[in-house]
Design a binder for this molecule. Structure first.
Ligand SMILES: Nc1ncnc2c1ncn2[C@@H]1O[C@H](COP(=O)(O)OP(=O)(O)OP(=O)(O)O)[C@@H](O)[C@H]1O
Length: 230
């Protein structure tokens, strides 16, 4: 099967995903049978109202959380329903994560944050730190601490760390949330290029600029996919 065959195995594959949360007597069904696939070369956006399950879905796809039912495969390997240590290892190998809250460690420089992200996958496809800094146009800020960066620089530093192991899949939760137009465009261009280079990108977003780089948009409502449009 060729990579450009629409039936080729997706790089990110979540099937029949359920996630229940129990708080006291109450049970919330955050996901109720979500199916999501992102193929090589694709950027897919997930939208939906507050509480529809977007963050829960992203956490399950990243192996940060376990679905109550269904299965997640990344790069052809099952990441769900494994011990935490194994999920961490697979995550470091296959997944780059960008969270709104940021993923950088405060007391480490941008350069050391990227090194740390690389070290998480001991045998991985490490990209040179200088190349990563260059790609996000932050070579001149390599020694800065995260809190010394502007919002746009911080987002790009997080992106460099997420790309450090050349992941098959990038999962991003509102990656351009607080950014002005120029910074937003720079981050989106890097993400779009990732997909064009044959990886897969999944974005949870409300931004129309971010939606414009997506090949497909998936809408969640009450923990279910309600439709899909190109
Ligand atoms: N750890 C948790 N414990 C209990 N309920 C949770 C937990 N995490 C999420 N939920 C519930 O699951 C549902 C989906 O939440 P989720 O955060 O995935 O939605 P979302 O679409 O990302 O929302 P938003 O756009 O507001 O961030 C909500 O009803 C939420 O209250």
């Amino acid at each position: 099967m060729k990579d450009d065959d629409p039936n080729a195995a997706p790089l990110l594959d979540g099937r029949g995903l359920y996630r229940f949360f129990r708080v006291g007597e109450d049970e919330t069904a955050a996901l109720r049978g979500v199916d999501i696939r992102v193929r090589r070369g694709e950027t897919v956006a997930v939208i939906g109202p507050s509480g529809s399950g977007k963050s829960t879905l992203l956490a399950c796809l990243a192996g940060l959380d376990e679905p109550s039912g269904g299965a997640v495969h990344v790069g052809g390997t099952r990441i769900s329903h494994r011990p935490e240590a194994e999920r961490s290892r697979l995550r470091a190998r296959h997944v780059g994560i960008l969270l709104q809250s940021g993923t950088l460690i405060r007391h480490l420089s941008v350069r050391d944050n990227i090194r740390l992200a690389r070290a998480a996958d001991r045998h991985g496809r490490h990209r040179p730190v200088t190349e990563l800094l260059d790609q996000v146009e932050l070579s001149h800020r390599a020694d800065a601490l995260p809190q010394e960066l502007s919002g746009g620089e911080l987002a790009r530093a997080g992106l460099a760390a997420a790309l450090a192991n050349d992941p098959d899949v990038v999962l991003a939760d509102e990656p351009t949330g607080e950014l002005d137009g120029d910074s937003e465009q720079r981050v989106l261009q890097i993400l779009r290029r990732r997909a064009n280079d044959g990886r897969a990108v999944l974005l949870v977003t409300h931004s129309s600029a971010a939606l414009s780089i997506a090949d497909r948009v998936i809408t969640l409502h009450d923990g279910r996919n309600v439709d899909e449009r190109d």
